[in-house]
Design a protein around this ligand. Sequence first.
Ligand code: ATP
Length: 595
Amino acid sequence: MRQKVKYFRESINLVWRSAPGWATANIIISVLRSFLPLILIWLLKGLIDGITTAASATPGSPVVNVLWLILAVVIAWFLDEAGSDLGNFVRKKQSMKLEAYMYGLLHAKAIKLDLINFERAEYFDSLARASREAPWRPNSILNNMVSMFRGLISLLLMAGLLTTLHWTLALLLLVVNIPGIWLRLYYADVLYNFQRKQTPESRKAAYFNWLLTGDRPSREIRLFGLGNYFISLFNKSFLKTKEEEIRIVRKRTQIEIISDLFKAAAVLITLLFIARQTINGSLTLGQMAMFLLAFRQGMVYIKELFSSLAGLYEDSLFIGDTFEFLNLKERVQALQPVAEPVGFSKSISVNDLSFTYPGNPTKTIDNITFEINKGEIIALVGPNGAGKSTLVRLLCRLYDPDSGSVKFDGTDIRNMDPEKYRKFFSVVFQDFMLYNLNAGENIRLGNIDEEKADTKIRSAAEATGIHELIDDLPDGYSTAIGTLFEESRELSWGEWQKIALARALFREAPLLVLDEPSSALDADTEYDIFSRFREIVKGRTSVLISHRFTNVSLADRIIVLNKGKIAETGTHKDLMQKKGIYFTMYSKQSSRFEK
Ligand code: ATP
């Protein structure tokens, strides 16, 4: 309960911070509108009595009072309608501001979160729930609170009015609605638990939907004829969640209908009572209409009050998911004493480094020690799954190790701010990104702080052999590339890889890491790049991961990884003489060409 109250407070804070002016306007309009229905009912009573009197009076008597009352009723009605429209606009505007604010929080969190979170399914569940709820839940809390407050004022006014006729009518109004509210609260819990349990299944459905409608999967889906198979998988996941939800909602609706019977009984009793009083002459026609409307409006307000209460309860359950995500802790941060990385002057040393992925039974990096000296070109080789890409991520401090350390010029990188430390690295990841932006921008993203960099962008493109192609595009470096937007030009995979390489070179960081940088390059380009490799990297310390041994042999030192351990290390010549794993892998590859 304390947690829920805390989340409420935090939600209201969020709503307030995102749009204080609009939130105030929303509250003021809602409170003002809560008095209007009573005024309207009271005016209607006066009008009906006025008309009855005027109708039974001698012809020609003045009807001025009735006209004034009609005017007043119309004004009250107009104010109510206009207030409702204005309220809708204010709420829309406020929601928009809050949505932008909440997306800001979500995105800020998502980009700061430790990369390791992206390796866990729970993270995606948490992210899916947070992005589903965050943009609108806090506003729902505010609106539910406002409408609860408004409902309460209006209800008290109506109940006060009914009490003037008989106090039991006011009590009746309250009592018959209790089963309904209990039901909403109970089912709020049931639905919340159900949806939480179903998050992985819903994500599965969203994934199959992407396979069926996304750009990337579209080719394989057609070629392998997988459409109907994935449709059946989607239906299985989608229907499984929806059918279960419908089953719960159906049960709730059945019980709701039973609770409506209580309300119908209350309406019957009230109608009989008011009719008898009117026939007796204890009530005028105007009073009869007033009490009938008051009872009817009272029912509406009590429903509104209870639904806002139940809504608040529901909000308190769901908003927890958003805060759960926003409160995820970043562990990869600068530990005390914090060291400021000023430049790279000597070496990076890896000492007894071990790392295990969450949920994996074995260590991916197992007690590794080596050093990379400034200006060296190091090649990392080894079979698939040896741990090469993982080691690179540890070097860039995308993960923190379980034990051991990485030292940058003698300082443990855990004592450095990760963002500042990563500025020393430029990386082409194995699964590099394709940005659906223009070609020049795609290269400039390597160093987004550099704005006027046309010449440098061009020389990075020239170094990787993509300049001519970009230059021939309709708008040169300003041509949008990718398939996502209109008037953009799609590139081949190898061309994208050259762009990714150019992006890394443009960054001009002292350390360059290339994870399989030539996997899609044609032989000419690959030869061109690797025969000029030293010239291209301009003396930068480089780590090259490759399965192509012709490229690997140019390195100053080769580190052979196998099952997370260093199997061998040395120059190409050393390792060939050693006749170990490297020799075997190299010989197998080269024998294919010799044959
Ligand atoms: P390749 O030559 O195929 O690129 P690699 O040497 O770069 O392989 P890594 O990608 O570092 O290998 O993976 C090393 C091991 O870690 C693999 O066995 C892989 O299954 C495991 N692994 C990689 N990513 C994850 C993850 N997110 N969660 C769990 N295990 C992972």
